[in-house]
Design a protein around this ligand. Structure first.
Ligand code: AMP
Length: 228
């Protein structure tokens, strides 16, 4: 049975980092709509040019555009054996579309990362990303010796994401509460919905995540056909 995992939670909850770790451990594709959209902006494709301003101000890209990207990606052969979606769905409209895309496939396992708002604002204010490969780095910008930190994956220089500036962070949080939080209610009745406390240290969150994913996956396997 395929592990079809989605990660919910506010920006800065650690979804991307945890998705990356789990994807490596389980050899599953990590599909991040934020990464795909940022690449499109960078490459100045038609979609990239259309979404650039929206992303810059911290708003959501249209449901139709993002859903078309995800539909195409999930139909690629490597995603047929399971996937980890990070940053999608973000609206109830997208969640309904995903249910439709998933018709006939193994059930979704849904993880919600909860993190208090003050902690999110603190994390996003110090978060850095590699300017070369895009990997997240928790900050600070310099190490204890005062030297600039480099990307742990490729050694590239670290920069702040344009939408991690404080005014944009506050806008993204507003958008999260208004548009994405309702997804918790949308999914919470499903037997494969699980919560993870994302405020704990990274390693503990990973350990909790592995536990709850395995638990939900076992449940989905034992009742396959009975849960969506
Ligand atoms: P992220 O890296 O997930 O924080 O996404 C960065 C930005 O990409 C968001 O602030 C949105 O502008 C856009 N984005 C990513 N995923 C979605 C989505 N599922 N729906 C709409 N916009 C999205």
């Amino acid at each position: 049975m395929a592990l079809n995992l989605i990660m919910l939670g506010p920006p800065g909850a650690g979804k991307g980092t945890q998705a990356e770790r789990l994807a490596r451990g389980r050899r599953l594709p990590k599909i991040s709509t934020g990464d795909i959209l940022r690449e499109a902006v960078e490459a100045r494709t038609e979609i990239g040019r259309r979404v650039e301003a929206v992303m810059k101000r911290g708003d959501l890209v249209s449901d139709e555009v993002v859903t078309a990207i995800v539909r195409e990606r999930l139909n690629k052969p490597d995603a047929r054996g399971g996937f980890i979606l990070d940053g999608f769905p973000r609206t109830v409209w997208q969640a309904r579309a995903l249910d439709e895309i998933m018709g006939g496939r193994d059930p979704l396992v849904i993880i919600h990362f909860s993190v208090p708002e003050a902690e999110i604002v603190r994390r996003l204010g110090t978060r850095l990303v590699c300017g070369t490969c895009g990997t997240n780095a928790p900050g600070p910008a310099t190490d204890s010796a005062g030297d600039a930190q480099r990307c742990r994956r490729c050694g590239g220089a670290l920069v702040q994401r344009a939408d991690d500036q404080q005014v944009v962070v506050l806008e993204r949080l507003k958008v999260y509460h208004r548009q994405t939080e309702p997804l918790i209610e949308y999914y919470s009745g499903r037997p494969t919905f699980r919560e993870v406390n994302g405020a704990r240290p990274l390693e503990q969150v990973t350990a909790d995540l592995v536990d709850v994913v395995d638990q939900a996956y076992r449940l989905a396997t034992s009742t396959a056909g009975g849960v969506r």
